[in-house]
Design a protein around this ligand. Structure first.
Ligand SMILES: Cc1cc2nc3c(=O)[nH]c(=O)nc-3n(C[C@H](O)[C@H](O)[C@H](O)COP(=O)(O)O)c2cc1C
Length: 187
């Protein structure tokens, strides 16, 4: 087998005890060996401001853009805020999409896992994100879709997924993503 594909994982929660982060960490442990998941932090990205898009943009923007440019694919793990995505994720998408014509997401395969502690939720975040990703030209995997509900007790202290059906589903989701990366990889 060749080198594992480098998958940047963007987690759209800044909360210390984030269920979404715990789930992403758990997914790192069950991913197939053909993909290597690496968390790319978005906490320190300054809010996108076109006035700062100079010859010397913010160093956090530059390193984020360089990291995304280097990766083979992106996994977005997001909670749902007000039936959409948290602002930190939208900001990261905006930062990576500029300057116009030089966005770093273009052509990259992507997948979304959206998370809620409730029984119902995570659809709005998932589909709002898909809408933005179309514009920045991420090749987002259509199926399987991953809406994770009842997330509060899903991951134990060792980042194991406590519910077998969810563990098996997420394993299959990651295997499908690995196959999607091979199918769509452009660069
Ligand atoms: C501003 C805000 C808006 C929220 N809106 C939703 C929502 O639309 N749907 C939902 O399922 N949960 C919503 N929640 C609850 C979150 O799902 C919950 O806080 C969750 O723990 C956030 O994910 P995290 O644990 O990864 O930080 C909202 C929470 C906040 C703070």
């Amino acid at each position: 087998m060749g080198k594992a594909r480098d998958v940047a994982v963007i987690i759209a929660s800044l909360r210390r005890e984030s269920f979404t982060r715990k789930l992403a960490m758990a997914m790192m442990r069950i991913a197939p060996p053909s993909i290597a998941l690496d968390i790319v932090e978005i906490r320190d990205l300054p809010m996108y401001d076109q006035d700062l898009e100079t010859d010397v943009p913010a160093k956090e923007w530059v390193s984020f853009r360089e990291r995304i440019k280097r990766c083979d694919a992106i996994l977005f793990a997001t909670p749902e805020y007000n039936r959409s995505v948290p602002g930190c994720l939208k900001n990261a998408v905006d930062v990576g999409s500029r300057p116009g014509g030089h966005g770093v997401f273009a052509g990259k395969p992507g997948a979304i896992v959206s998370v809620t502690p409730f029984g119902l939720g995570a659809f709005g975040a998932n589909h709002h994100l898909r809408q933005a990703l179309v514009y920045v030209d991420v090749l987002t995997m259509a199926q399987p879709e991953a809406y994770v509900s009842q997330a509060a007790d899903l991951v134990d202290e060792n980042f194991g997924i406590t519910k077998e059906s969810s563990r098996e589903f997420l394993k299959k989701f990651l295997e499908a993503f690995a196959a999607w990366i091979e199918l769509t990889r452009k660069r």
